[in-house]
Design a protein around this ligand. Structure first.
Ligand SMILES: CC(C)(COP(=O)(O)OP(=O)(O)OC[C@H]1O[C@@H](n2cnc3c(N)ncnc32)[C@H](O)[C@@H]1OP(=O)(O)O)[C@@H](O)C(=O)NCCC(=O)NCCS
Length: 190
């Protein structure tokens, strides 16, 4: 188990320039708050671009606490949480695929979800979470990371490119009844 702890320099915060941050694997007891964080960050990211009906269908199918608990109990998946001074600030979930054919790197592991809470955008936390995700994936035997990102999510695309991902293809993501185009990105775990 890799647990990273460090001090994050908060940009522009004079009175509280450094905070204590921890990234650790999540377990089944984390399911209730993780479900809240997952639903909230998903809604914050996509509500403006999708119908309420499609958002409701997706959220109901993916973010219920019992679904989170089942995923956390499943050894094929790994969820890492980032906590700032003991409070959840982001999470990522990795899983074994299957990768689309456009992903050509060996031993590929998918970054299924990658969400940082809005107050921590642009603060370096996402980079730490990505470093931890790559380290865990490597420790589990993966040599390639891949993910799908909505073509209309420019901030996330810019972030992944900064992290060394390159575009290798596209795939369809179903949000309710809306077929959306995701870019498929990959990079080595090293
Ligand atoms: C995606 C996410 C993890 C990135 O973390 P972050 O801390 O915001 O990332 P950073 O600030 O380091 O990098 C984002 C880059 O996008 C740039 N950017 C911001 N808005 C942009 C836009 N509309 N178009 C293009 N680039 C944009 C930023 O300027 C920054 O680049 P810079 O560092 O060169 O200035 C975070 O924004 C997040 O959790 N978003 C909501 C959830 C999400 O979209 N998850 C991805 C699902 S696939």
């Amino acid at each position: 188990m890799v647990v990273r702890q460090w001090h994050l320099d908060v940009r522009g915060a004079r009175s509280r320039p450094r905070v204590s941050a921890v990234i650790r694997p999540a377990g089944v007891p984390d399911a209730p708050w993780l479900a809240d964080l997952a639903e909230r960050t998903f809604r914050e990211t996509y509500t403006a671009y999708n119908t309420p009906e499609n958002m409701a269908r997706y959220v109901a199918a993916h973010f219920a606490p019992e679904l989170q608990a089942a995923e956390l109990a499943d050894p094929r998946y790994l969820t890492l949480v980032a906590e700032i001074e003991g409070r959840p600030a982001g999470y990522t979930q990795l899983g074994p695929g299957p990768a689309p054919l456009c992903v050509t790197g060996p031993e590929a592991m998918e970054i299924i979800r990658f969400y940082v809470d809005r107050p921590w955008h642009g603060q370096g936390l996402a980079h730490e979470l990505m470093r931890a995700a790559a380290a865990h994936a490597r420790a589990a035997g993966a040599r390639t990371l891949w993910l799908g990102v909505w073509e209309r999510n420019p901030r996330a695309i810019a972030f992944y490119r900064k992290c060394g991902f390159t575009e290798v293809g596209t795939q369809t993501f179903l949000l309710g009844d809306d077929h959306q185009r995701d870019l498929v990105l990959e990079r080595p775990t090293t």
